[in-house]
Ligand binder design. Sequence first.
Ligand SMILES: Nc1ncnc2c1ncn2[C@@H]1O[C@H](COP(=O)(O)OP(=O)(O)OP(=O)(O)O)[C@@H](O)[C@H]1O
Ligand SMILES: [Mg+2]
Length: 215
Amino acid sequence: MRSRPVRFITFEGAEGAGKSTQIRRLEARLLALGQPVLTVREPGGTPLGERLRQLLKEASPGWTICPESELFLFLASRAQVVRQAIGPALRENLWVLSDRFSDSTLAYQGGGRGFAQPLLRSLNEMACAGLAPGLTFVLDISAPEGAARIARRGPESAKEDRIESEPREFFERVRSVYRELARLEPDRVRIVDAERSPEEVAAEIWEIVSHVFGL
Ligand SMILES: Nc1ncnc2c1ncn2[C@@H]1O[C@H](COP(=O)(O)OP(=O)(O)OP(=O)(O)O)[C@@H](O)[C@H]1O
Ligand SMILES: [Mg+2]
């Protein structure tokens, strides 16, 4: 029998797909079973990562980040959160849930910005120190629907950050890389239709988690 995958679950997908909403629900469900959980987000999850997050999201006039710098800043945040938070938590037998992780680099810097996948994979490997998620949910939503959800989140959150202001084609390329990842690694990467109610999406996620981890 195949051994159970590492209890490290990542959530991926477009802005507004419902990643944060679903992570909160899964975390609550695991906690209710008495299972300790660490939840982190990317970029972020450490003091350094949170500072990098601010830099990466800023969208003020004259603030420029070239694609290469952007890539390295995301990787710097990941290298730190792996060593400072995720690795130690897994060694202490916590579940780890991450709001975005290495597949975001493949989707956004690969599909979106056009960096070659093999290059991104070797950089990811260095950043992740050999750590890979046991299960990844890609919350699949059309770019306009995701944008509409963000707009409904309120005026402060509706202000576009640096990446959210990319054109529609950028997000279509991101979406197609996620689909390709699911095709390449069907056991790990699960596409979930995110254009349903939060309850329906959470129910499917829970069904998969309980099946994969034998809960
Ligand atoms: N299934 C759903 N149907 C309708 N609205 C939803 C659904 N899931 C989440 N929402 C709402 O849509 C908005 C975006 O959800 P959420 O913040 O969870 O997305 P996200 O993927 O974390 O976005 P971001 O990439 O910006 O962090 C929130 O206002 C949330 O309450
Ligand atoms: Mg979020």
